[in-house]
Ligand binder design. Structure first.
Ligand code: SF4
Length: 329
């Protein structure tokens, strides 16, 4: 019988889905992903959740509940660090325990510990994740190598200019249809945590909304790691969070780029890291007058109308700035 592994369409799904899926599929498992977020999924999760946290963490509860009766295992890795000298926010490391404590009836959770620190992803964590499917370490390692290849291809697709959401579609073999680029297009960069930007429910479909307003979208995943590293190295404060580094590095890069007309920083309300990083990005944007800048703070109470009005105003402002430049040149 094929073992079914459930992956919630939340959090690091937006970064690692092709890697995880290839790994489990290569080991003979069937991967089941929860459906795209809806109000109902969100509300189901909220009923189980106790206490205060950010929207992305609340959402994962709803996704896990919808998967619970469809799978044999849930894959909720205990993510501490995914790169040298940087960490994920502590919520990630505690997630498997919180889920188990609040929902004891869940299927067994594969909570492989990922803590890269100085050694790279260790064979131990890879084997830990794969041993239930195949006890042979060589087979598990081989599956991981294949997964890495699929992951590199996914990253390359994004660097070629599609969003991670679209690169996931391409990985799943679905056709990705991008809107035709308009001649007078606006180049708008989006920065922030990937699971907020690329989950259409959380971001109120911001990518589609901006495209309708004539924007071409740029994201932090489209920038090579070296550039991100270089930009954050020049800061007086060190940033310890992986997504925080990406947000700030990409924001600095795009604010200095001649191509970009505007930058939007999408912030999760109740996100500790975001509230600190906002100061750094705000400060850079204040000093840099080239690109328009705005922040959008998002939580479950954010209304569609409010966002539409802000996006309209932002794109109008960019157009006015452009016309002014033409007038004075
Ligand atoms: S980084 Fe912010 S949004 Fe992400 S899990 Fe942590 S608190 Fe939530």
């Amino acid at each position: 019988v094929t073992i079914r592994v459930g992956i919630p369409r939340a959090l690091l799904y937006y970064r690692f889905y092709p890697l995880w899926t290839t790994f489990f599929t290569e080991l003979g498992a069937e991967v089941v992903v929860s459906e795209p977020t809806t109000q109902e999924i969100f509300e189901r999760g909220l009923k189980k959740f106790v206490g205060d946290t950010c929207l992305p963490m609340k959402l994962v509860f709803g996704h896990v509940i919808t998967l619970a009766d469809k799978v044999d295992y849930l894959f909720i890795p205990r993510m501490v660090s995914i790169e040298k000298d940087a960490y994920l926010c502590p919520h990630f490391a505690g997630l498997p325990d919180v889920l188990r404590a609040l929902m004891p009836d869940l299927p067994p959770i594969l909570d492989t510990h990922f803590n890269v620190r100085k050694k790279g992803v260790t064979m131990k964590s890879i084997y830990e994740a794969g041993k239930r499917f195949n006890k042979n370490p060589a087979r598990v390692y081989h599956a991981y190598q294949k997964a890495q290849k699929a992951y590199q291809k996914f990253l390359e697709r994004i660097r070629d200019g599609i969003t991670p959401q679209e690169a996931i579609q391409a990985f799943d073999g679905k056709e990705v249809s991008l809107p035709k680029e308009r001649k007078e297009r606006l180049n708008i960069a989006l920065v922030g945590n990937p699971y907020t930007i690329y989950d259409p429910f959380s971001s109120l479909n911001i990518i589609q909304k901006l495209r309708k307003l004539g924007a071409k979208i740029y994201t932090s995943e489209m920038i090579p790691d070296e550039i991100i590293e270089e930009r954050v190295r020049s800061l007086s404060k060190r940033i310890y969070w992986t997504f925080g580094k990406e947000t700030v590095g990409a924001a600095f890069h795009y604010l200095d780029s001649k191509e970009i007309d505007g930058l939007i920083y999408i912030i999760s309300f109740e996100c500790g890291p975001d509230s600190l990083l906002k100061e750094i990005v705000d400060d850079k944007a204040r000093k840099n007058k080239k690109a328009a800048y705005m922040t959008l703070v998002i939580d479950e109470h954010t209304g569609e109308t409010g966002i539409n009005t802000r996006l309209d105003a932002f794109t109008e402002m960019i157009k006015r700035r452009r016309n002014k430049k033409v007038d004075t040149s």
